[in-house]
Design a protein around this ligand. Sequence first.
Ligand code: 3JN
Length: 347
Amino acid sequence: MRKFNTAIVGATGAVGQEFLKLIEERKFPFGELKMLASSRSAGKKINFMGKEYTVEETTEKSFEGVKFALFAGGAASKLFAPAAVASGAVVIDNSSNFRMEPDVPLVVPEVNPQAIARHKGIIANPNCSTIIMVMALKPLYNLSRIKRIVVSTYQAVSGAGREGMDELKAQLEAISQGKPVEAKILPVAKLEKHYQIASNLIPQIDVFKENLYTKEEMKMVDETKKIMEDDELRITATTIRVPVYRSHAESVNIEFEDEITVAAAREALEKFPGVIVRDNPAEMIYPQPLETSGKDDVEVGRIRKDFSIEHGLNLWVCGDQIRKGAALNALQIAEYMIANGMVHDED
Ligand code: 3JN
Protein backbone atom coordinates (compact mmCIF):
# COMPACT_ATOMS: atom_id res chain seq x y z
CA MET A 1 0.00 0.00 0.00
CA ARG A 2 1.45 3.36 -0.99
CA LYS A 3 1.86 5.87 1.76
CA PHE A 4 2.19 9.63 1.63
CA ASN A 5 4.09 11.71 4.11
CA THR A 6 1.70 14.29 5.41
CA ALA A 7 2.07 17.51 7.39
CA ILE A 8 -0.78 19.25 9.18
CA VAL A 9 -0.09 22.94 9.64
CA GLY A 10 -2.22 24.23 12.51
CA ALA A 11 -2.59 20.78 14.06
CA THR A 12 -3.79 22.07 17.44
CA GLY A 13 -6.75 24.16 16.19
CA ALA A 14 -10.35 23.10 15.53
CA VAL A 15 -9.73 22.29 11.83
CA GLY A 16 -6.35 20.63 12.58
CA GLN A 17 -7.96 18.36 15.14
CA GLU A 18 -10.71 17.46 12.65
CA PHE A 19 -8.03 16.55 10.10
CA LEU A 20 -6.69 14.00 12.60
CA LYS A 21 -10.11 12.50 13.29
CA LEU A 22 -10.79 12.16 9.57
CA ILE A 23 -7.36 10.73 8.75
CA GLU A 24 -8.04 7.94 11.24
CA GLU A 25 -11.70 7.47 10.30
CA ARG A 26 -11.08 7.37 6.54
CA LYS A 27 -7.83 5.37 6.82
CA PHE A 28 -5.98 8.07 4.89
CA PRO A 29 -2.73 6.44 3.75
CA PHE A 30 -0.26 8.68 5.56
CA GLY A 31 3.38 7.69 5.92
CA GLU A 32 5.19 10.00 8.29
CA LEU A 33 2.91 12.48 9.95
CA LYS A 34 4.10 15.91 11.05
CA MET A 35 2.13 18.06 13.42
CA LEU A 36 3.06 21.67 12.77
CA ALA A 37 1.86 24.90 14.37
CA SER A 38 3.06 28.34 15.40
CA SER A 39 5.78 28.75 18.02
CA ARG A 40 3.02 29.27 20.60
CA SER A 41 1.88 25.63 20.30
CA ALA A 42 5.29 24.06 19.59
CA GLY A 43 6.19 21.41 22.15
CA LYS A 44 2.58 20.39 22.84
CA LYS A 45 1.93 16.65 22.71
CA ILE A 46 -0.79 15.08 20.58
CA ASN A 47 -1.80 11.44 20.98
CA PHE A 48 -2.93 10.04 17.68
CA MET A 49 -3.63 6.42 16.75
CA GLY A 50 -1.60 5.07 19.62
CA LYS A 51 1.41 7.30 19.08
CA GLU A 52 2.54 10.48 20.79
CA TYR A 53 3.49 13.32 18.48
CA THR A 54 5.24 16.53 19.48
CA VAL A 55 3.98 19.65 17.76
CA GLU A 56 6.80 21.38 15.91
CA GLU A 57 7.06 25.03 14.97
CA THR A 58 6.46 25.46 11.23
CA THR A 59 9.54 26.60 9.34
CA GLU A 60 10.52 26.61 5.68
CA LYS A 61 12.42 23.37 6.34
CA SER A 62 9.42 21.54 7.79
CA PHE A 63 8.31 20.18 4.42
CA GLU A 64 11.29 18.11 3.29
CA GLY A 65 9.96 14.73 2.14
CA VAL A 66 6.35 15.80 2.67
CA LYS A 67 3.82 14.91 -0.08
CA PHE A 68 0.68 16.55 1.31
CA ALA A 69 0.86 19.76 3.33
CA LEU A 70 -2.58 20.35 4.78
CA PHE A 71 -2.90 23.94 5.99
CA ALA A 72 -5.78 24.33 8.45
CA GLY A 73 -6.17 28.08 7.96
CA GLY A 74 -4.93 31.51 8.97
CA ALA A 75 -1.76 33.25 7.84
CA ALA A 76 0.51 30.17 7.89
CA SER A 77 0.05 29.33 4.21
CA LYS A 78 1.03 32.84 3.16
CA LEU A 79 4.29 32.36 5.03
CA PHE A 80 5.07 28.72 4.27
CA ALA A 81 3.10 27.41 1.25
CA PRO A 82 5.78 28.54 -1.24
CA ALA A 83 8.48 26.68 0.73
CA ALA A 84 6.27 23.60 0.94
CA VAL A 85 5.73 23.65 -2.84
CA ALA A 86 9.46 24.16 -3.44
CA SER A 87 10.06 21.03 -1.32
CA GLY A 88 7.79 19.05 -3.66
CA ALA A 89 4.68 18.96 -1.50
CA VAL A 90 1.15 19.52 -2.73
CA VAL A 91 -0.35 22.24 -0.54
CA ILE A 92 -4.05 21.99 0.26
CA ASP A 93 -4.91 25.27 1.90
CA ASN A 94 -8.02 25.99 3.91
CA SER A 95 -7.39 29.74 4.11
CA SER A 96 -8.46 32.45 1.70
CA ASN A 97 -4.84 33.44 1.00
CA PHE A 98 -4.70 31.90 -2.50
CA ARG A 99 -8.34 31.11 -3.34
CA MET A 100 -8.84 33.75 -5.98
CA GLU A 101 -5.40 33.44 -7.63
CA PRO A 102 -5.91 32.37 -11.26
CA ASP A 103 -3.21 29.67 -10.98
CA VAL A 104 -4.75 28.09 -7.90
CA PRO A 105 -7.64 25.64 -8.34
CA LEU A 106 -10.48 26.21 -5.88
CA VAL A 107 -11.97 22.78 -5.43
CA VAL A 108 -14.92 20.88 -4.05
CA PRO A 109 -14.21 17.35 -5.33
CA GLU A 110 -17.86 16.44 -6.01
CA VAL A 111 -18.38 19.72 -7.89
CA ASN A 112 -15.27 20.62 -9.91
CA PRO A 113 -12.65 17.85 -9.63
CA GLN A 114 -11.47 18.72 -13.14
CA ALA A 115 -9.82 21.85 -11.73
CA ILE A 116 -7.35 19.83 -9.63
CA ALA A 117 -5.26 18.89 -12.67
CA ARG A 118 -4.43 22.56 -13.26
CA HIS A 119 -2.63 22.94 -9.95
CA LYS A 120 0.91 24.27 -9.72
CA GLY A 121 1.52 23.11 -6.17
CA ILE A 122 -1.26 24.85 -4.29
CA ILE A 123 -4.92 23.82 -4.23
CA ALA A 124 -7.35 25.99 -2.26
CA ASN A 125 -10.23 24.79 -0.15
CA PRO A 126 -13.16 27.20 -0.48
CA ASN A 127 -14.76 29.06 2.42
CA CYS A 128 -17.00 26.80 4.51
CA SER A 129 -20.25 28.57 3.62
CA THR A 130 -19.35 28.43 -0.06
CA ILE A 131 -18.62 24.69 0.04
CA ILE A 132 -21.90 23.88 1.75
CA MET A 133 -23.87 25.97 -0.75
CA VAL A 134 -22.21 24.70 -3.95
CA MET A 135 -22.83 21.10 -2.89
CA ALA A 136 -26.54 21.86 -3.24
CA LEU A 137 -26.19 24.11 -6.30
CA LYS A 138 -24.17 21.82 -8.56
CA PRO A 139 -26.73 19.02 -9.10
CA LEU A 140 -29.36 21.68 -9.89
CA TYR A 141 -27.05 23.64 -12.17
CA ASN A 142 -26.60 20.40 -14.11
CA LEU A 143 -30.37 20.54 -14.85
CA SER A 144 -30.49 24.19 -15.83
CA ARG A 145 -28.10 27.09 -15.76
CA ILE A 146 -28.59 29.22 -12.66
CA LYS A 147 -29.15 32.92 -13.32
CA ARG A 148 -29.24 34.33 -9.81
CA ILE A 149 -28.78 33.24 -6.20
CA VAL A 150 -29.85 35.03 -3.02
CA VAL A 151 -28.34 33.36 0.04
CA SER A 152 -28.60 34.10 3.76
CA THR A 153 -26.43 32.12 6.15
CA TYR A 154 -26.86 31.08 9.77
CA GLN A 155 -23.29 30.35 10.81
CA ALA A 156 -22.23 28.44 13.91
CA VAL A 157 -19.79 29.96 16.38
CA SER A 158 -17.18 27.26 15.69
CA GLY A 159 -16.62 29.01 12.37
CA ALA A 160 -14.67 31.42 14.55
CA GLY A 161 -12.60 28.52 15.93
CA ARG A 162 -12.50 27.00 19.37
CA GLU A 163 -12.57 30.47 20.95
CA GLY A 164 -15.97 31.06 19.36
CA MET A 165 -17.35 27.90 20.95
CA ASP A 166 -15.79 28.73 24.33
CA GLU A 167 -17.36 32.18 24.20
CA LEU A 168 -20.90 30.90 23.56
CA LYS A 169 -20.54 28.30 26.32
CA ALA A 170 -19.24 30.85 28.85
CA GLN A 171 -22.02 33.30 27.98
CA LEU A 172 -24.76 30.66 28.34
CA GLU A 173 -23.32 29.66 31.73
CA ALA A 174 -23.09 33.29 32.87
CA ILE A 175 -26.71 33.90 31.86
CA SER A 176 -27.95 30.79 33.69
CA GLN A 177 -26.05 31.84 36.82
CA GLY A 178 -27.22 35.45 36.63
CA LYS A 179 -23.63 36.68 36.15
CA PRO A 180 -22.48 39.47 33.80
CA VAL A 181 -21.91 38.31 30.22
CA GLU A 182 -18.51 38.94 28.65
CA ALA A 183 -17.91 39.23 24.88
CA LYS A 184 -14.31 39.10 23.63
CA ILE A 185 -14.32 37.17 20.35
CA LEU A 186 -17.37 37.81 18.17
CA PRO A 187 -17.99 39.09 15.63
CA VAL A 188 -14.26 39.53 14.88
CA ALA A 189 -11.68 38.78 17.59
CA LYS A 190 -9.11 41.33 16.40
CA LEU A 191 -11.55 44.26 16.37
CA GLU A 192 -12.11 46.35 19.49
CA LYS A 193 -15.88 46.07 19.67
CA HIS A 194 -17.52 42.74 20.57
CA TYR A 195 -21.13 41.62 20.95
CA GLN A 196 -22.83 38.91 22.95
CA ILE A 197 -23.84 35.93 20.79
CA ALA A 198 -25.90 34.01 23.39
CA SER A 199 -29.60 34.84 22.82
CA ASN A 200 -28.54 37.02 19.91
CA LEU A 201 -27.72 37.12 16.18
CA ILE A 202 -24.81 39.11 14.78
CA PRO A 203 -25.12 40.26 11.16
CA GLN A 204 -21.37 40.48 10.67
CA ILE A 205 -18.92 37.71 9.82
CA ASP A 206 -15.39 38.96 9.17
CA VAL A 207 -14.67 42.64 8.53
CA PHE A 208 -16.60 45.02 6.29
CA LYS A 209 -15.41 45.98 2.83
CA GLU A 210 -15.88 49.33 1.16
CA ASN A 211 -18.94 48.06 -0.73
CA LEU A 212 -20.75 47.57 2.64
CA TYR A 213 -20.64 43.77 2.38
CA THR A 214 -18.54 41.70 4.78
CA LYS A 215 -15.56 39.73 3.54
CA GLU A 216 -17.45 36.49 4.26
CA GLU A 217 -20.28 37.65 1.99
CA MET A 218 -17.92 38.56 -0.83
CA LYS A 219 -16.08 35.25 -0.47
CA MET A 220 -19.37 33.46 -1.13
CA VAL A 221 -19.98 35.62 -4.20
CA ASP A 222 -16.51 35.41 -5.75
CA GLU A 223 -15.70 31.82 -4.87
CA THR A 224 -19.01 30.43 -6.13
CA LYS A 225 -18.45 31.97 -9.57
CA LYS A 226 -14.94 30.51 -9.72
CA ILE A 227 -15.99 27.00 -8.62
CA MET A 228 -19.00 26.92 -10.96
CA GLU A 229 -16.82 28.39 -13.74
CA ASP A 230 -19.53 30.95 -14.49
CA ASP A 231 -18.57 34.62 -14.20
CA GLU A 232 -22.06 35.68 -15.28
CA LEU A 233 -23.69 34.05 -12.28
CA ARG A 234 -25.40 36.73 -10.21
CA ILE A 235 -25.25 36.12 -6.50
CA THR A 236 -25.84 38.15 -3.37
CA ALA A 237 -25.17 37.02 0.21
CA THR A 238 -25.99 38.03 3.78
CA THR A 239 -23.98 36.16 6.41
CA ILE A 240 -25.16 35.96 10.01
CA ARG A 241 -23.60 34.49 13.17
CA VAL A 242 -26.07 32.47 15.24
CA PRO A 243 -25.80 30.96 18.74
CA VAL A 244 -25.27 27.42 17.45
CA TYR A 245 -22.08 25.53 18.29
CA ARG A 246 -21.53 23.64 15.10
CA SER A 247 -22.89 23.31 11.53
CA HIS A 248 -23.74 26.19 9.25
CA ALA A 249 -27.24 26.57 7.77
CA GLU A 250 -28.20 28.51 4.65
CA SER A 251 -31.42 29.72 3.07
CA VAL A 252 -30.81 29.64 -0.68
CA ASN A 253 -33.09 31.21 -3.28
CA ILE A 254 -32.26 30.19 -6.84
CA GLU A 255 -33.49 31.56 -10.17
CA PHE A 256 -32.95 29.17 -13.07
CA GLU A 257 -32.92 29.76 -16.81
CA ASP A 258 -35.35 26.87 -17.37
CA GLU A 259 -38.22 25.37 -15.42
CA ILE A 260 -37.07 22.92 -12.71
CA THR A 261 -39.79 21.02 -10.89
CA VAL A 262 -39.47 20.26 -7.20
CA ALA A 263 -39.48 16.55 -8.09
CA ALA A 264 -36.63 16.95 -10.58
CA ALA A 265 -34.61 19.03 -8.11
CA ARG A 266 -35.15 16.45 -5.38
CA GLU A 267 -34.09 13.58 -7.64
CA ALA A 268 -30.91 15.37 -8.77
CA LEU A 269 -30.01 16.24 -5.18
CA GLU A 270 -30.66 12.68 -4.00
CA LYS A 271 -28.31 11.28 -6.62
CA PHE A 272 -25.49 13.70 -5.88
CA PRO A 273 -22.65 12.23 -3.77
CA GLY A 274 -22.23 13.94 -0.42
CA VAL A 275 -25.78 15.31 -0.36
CA ILE A 276 -28.72 13.91 1.59
CA VAL A 277 -32.26 15.13 0.96
CA ARG A 278 -34.08 15.45 4.27
CA ASP A 279 -37.39 16.89 3.25
CA ASN A 280 -40.81 15.76 4.39
CA PRO A 281 -42.93 18.65 5.65
CA ALA A 282 -45.85 16.34 6.53
CA GLU A 283 -43.60 14.62 9.08
CA MET A 284 -41.74 17.82 10.05
CA ILE A 285 -38.53 16.48 8.51
CA TYR A 286 -35.92 19.03 7.46
CA PRO A 287 -32.19 19.59 8.02
CA GLN A 288 -31.11 21.04 11.35
CA PRO A 289 -27.59 21.97 12.47
CA LEU A 290 -27.79 19.76 15.56
CA GLU A 291 -28.33 16.75 13.31
CA THR A 292 -25.63 17.53 10.74
CA SER A 293 -22.94 18.24 13.35
CA GLY A 294 -20.11 15.74 13.15
CA LYS A 295 -21.50 14.30 9.91
CA ASP A 296 -19.92 14.29 6.46
CA ASP A 297 -22.94 14.90 4.24
CA VAL A 298 -24.58 18.21 3.41
CA GLU A 299 -28.34 18.01 3.96
CA VAL A 300 -30.97 19.76 1.85
CA GLY A 301 -34.63 20.26 2.63
CA ARG A 302 -37.55 22.70 2.43
CA ILE A 303 -37.32 22.31 -1.36
CA ARG A 304 -40.11 24.41 -2.78
CA LYS A 305 -41.06 26.72 -5.62
CA ASP A 306 -40.46 30.42 -5.36
CA PHE A 307 -43.83 31.57 -6.67
CA SER A 308 -42.63 35.19 -6.92
CA ILE A 309 -40.46 34.56 -10.00
CA GLU A 310 -40.69 32.50 -13.16
CA HIS A 311 -38.17 29.69 -12.58
CA GLY A 312 -37.34 29.83 -8.90
CA LEU A 313 -36.67 27.38 -6.08
CA ASN A 314 -36.01 27.83 -2.39
CA LEU A 315 -33.79 25.45 -0.41
CA TRP A 316 -32.60 25.09 3.17
CA VAL A 317 -29.11 23.60 3.46
CA CYS A 318 -27.16 22.45 6.53
CA GLY A 319 -23.62 21.12 6.78
CA ASP A 320 -20.85 20.67 9.31
CA GLN A 321 -18.50 23.48 8.44
CA ILE A 322 -15.50 21.93 10.16
CA ARG A 323 -15.99 18.66 8.28
CA LYS A 324 -17.28 19.22 4.71
CA GLY A 325 -16.71 22.96 5.07
CA ALA A 326 -13.03 22.52 5.90
CA ALA A 327 -11.06 19.39 6.88
CA LEU A 328 -13.12 16.75 5.06
CA ASN A 329 -13.15 18.68 1.78
CA ALA A 330 -9.37 19.16 1.95
CA LEU A 331 -8.75 15.51 2.69
CA GLN A 332 -11.09 14.48 -0.14
CA ILE A 333 -8.94 16.55 -2.51
CA ALA A 334 -5.87 14.58 -1.39
CA GLU A 335 -7.79 11.30 -1.71
CA TYR A 336 -8.92 12.23 -5.22
CA MET A 337 -5.33 12.92 -6.24
CA ILE A 338 -4.18 9.60 -4.83
CA ALA A 339 -7.03 7.66 -6.47
CA ASN A 340 -6.34 9.29 -9.83
CA GLY A 341 -2.57 8.86 -9.80
CA MET A 342 -1.96 12.60 -9.55
CA VAL A 343 0.65 12.32 -6.84
CA HIS A 344 3.38 9.75 -6.48
CA ASP A 345 5.15 8.43 -3.44
CA GLU A 346 8.38 7.73 -5.36
CA ASP A 347 9.10 11.18 -6.78
O1 3JN B 1 -16.65 32.46 10.45
C1 3JN B 1 -16.94 31.45 9.81
O2 3JN B 1 -17.99 30.81 10.02
C2 3JN B 1 -16.06 31.00 8.74
C3 3JN B 1 -14.72 31.63 8.84
C4 3JN B 1 -13.81 31.50 7.90
C5 3JN B 1 -12.54 32.19 7.97
C6 3JN B 1 -12.14 32.79 9.16
C7 3JN B 1 -10.96 33.50 9.23
C8 3JN B 1 -10.15 33.61 8.13
C9 3JN B 1 -11.70 32.25 6.85
C10 3JN B 1 -12.09 31.54 5.59
O3 3JN B 1 -12.00 30.31 5.55
O4 3JN B 1 -12.46 32.19 4.63
C11 3JN B 1 -10.52 33.00 6.93
C12 3JN B 1 -9.64 33.18 5.76
O5 3JN B 1 -8.89 32.28 5.42
O6 3JN B 1 -9.71 34.26 5.18
